[in-house]
Structure formats: C-alpha cells, structure tokens
Design a protein around this ligand. Structure first.
Ligand code: ZN
Ligand code: ZN
Length: 232
C-alpha cells in the first residue's frame, strides 16, 4: 500500500497544505486547496476512486466541488467516484453542486455513501469503520479504521483526547492523527497528548498531521511533510 501525505497542516498553518491523505486510490479529506495541492504533487484526479470525509469543516470538505469541476475540465472522468462520509453527506454535496453551472452533470457516475457510527462497511477492497470522535460542537466527526491487504490504518482528524481515540490506537498498525498545536486546545489534541499515546502503544506507528507552524519534534512520533510517501 502507498500512503501519500497530500497536506499535513491545519487551517491556520502558513507552511503546509490543509490535511489530506491518499491511501492508494482513497483520498481522505478534501479541504480548501487540496485539489491544487494534488496538482503540485503531480497526482491526477483520475488516480482517485474514493473520497472519504471525516467531518464538515471547510479544511476537510470545501474542495469537493472543485475536485469534480477539475476532473471535468481535464477530462479525467474514467472513474466512478464514491464519496463516503458521515450522515448529512448527500444533502451537503447536493448543496455544493447547486452552486455550479454543471452541477448535475458533474455528479454523474458518482455514488454517495453515508456511514452510521460504528457500523463497519466493505467498499470494494477497503473495510472502513467510522468511529465518532470528540471535536467540540462539530457532530458527527468520524475517525476511521481503514483495513486493506491485512493492514490497519487509523485516521483521527480532528479530535480531542477521548476514549474512542484510544480505542482506535489499540486496533491499528499506523495512526495518522491530529496534533494541531504543541499543547491541547478546546477542539484538538496537542502534540503533548499525541506523544503520550505513541509512548503507550509502541506497536503502532504514529504520524502527526493537522499541524500548525510549530517545529517541535520528538523521537516517538513521525512528522511527515507535504508530499511525503510511506510504503507499507
Ligand atoms: Zn475540524
Ligand atoms: Zn481541521
């Protein structure tokens, strides 16, 4: 499997693109600027078949319309796209596409799949389990356990420390998650929290994303930069 860190920053970060991760042909989160960032990394939209959304903050969702307009303009329309996310996805997607001239046409050959919390689904080669996280007033916010080729990857953006975050840590080989700032804030884990779990769950590799402009590093956590590739 190939994991590409498309963006590793949080919304206020100046140096890094908004958080987005590509696992083979499944793109997780598509916030403001993700489509341009894919272009900068020379990744064509036609290499993506699945778009998985964690929650409906603009740094995770707002480029969804731009993605479809871009693939239409570039004539990269080969794939049937499955858009997967928390309850409310269909209503939001349709709202976005009402704003564009070719909205209905853009959504042709697309499937929208809404996930209920804790109900695991099989989507082609992927097994995806959505697990509710704690992200202030933003409900639902899902973390995911994604299983493919006998590998389990956890994605936890965005969240504060909560039991379900720890539950994901216990059950995955790789954890890619929110380390928004150096210390905890009201809606996010800090690197301090993230590092404590990395120390506790040594069989799991922890990758800090959704990072602000801080440069703190430590030996327990990996700190991917935009465009980095991890083969597992
Ligand atoms: Zn958020
Ligand atoms: Zn965010």
């Amino acid at each position: 499997m190939k994991i590409t860190f498309i963006g590793t920053g949080n919304m206020g970060c100046k140096k890094r693109a908004n958080t987005s991760v590509l696992i083979d042909d499944l793109l997780i989160d598509i916030g403001c600027g993700t489509v341009k960032q894919l272009g900068r990394l020379d990744i064509e939209t036609k290499s993506i078949k699945y778009i998985l959304i964690s929650h409906y903050h603009s740094d995770h969702f707002a480029d969804i319309g731009h993605f479809f307009v871009t693939r239409y303009i570039r004539k990269e329309l080969e794939n049937r796209i499955k858009i997967i996310g928390p309850i409310g996805l269909e209503e939001r997607i349709k709202g976005f596409f009402k704003m564009t001239e070719h909205g209905e046409e853009l959504l042709e050959n697309t499937e929208i799949i809404e996930l209920k919390e804790n109900i695991e689904v099989n989507i082609d080669d992927y097994k995806i389990k959505p697990i509710p996280l704690s992200h202030g007033r933003i409900k639902p916010t899902y973390g995911y356990i994604i299983e493919k080729d006998n590998k389990k990857i956890g994605y936890t953006c965005d969240t504060t420390v909560c039991d379900n975050f720890e539950e994901i840590c216990k059950n995955v080989d790789y954890l890619i998650g929110d380390a928004n700032s150096i210390t905890t804030n009201a809606n996010h884990m800090g690197l301090n929290d993230f590092t404590e779990y990395a120390k506790k769950y040594k069989n799991c590799k922890f990758y800090a994303i959704h990072r602000g402009d801080y440069e703190d590093r430590n030996e327990y956590v990996y700190f991917p930069e935009d465009g980095d590739v991890l083969k597992i």
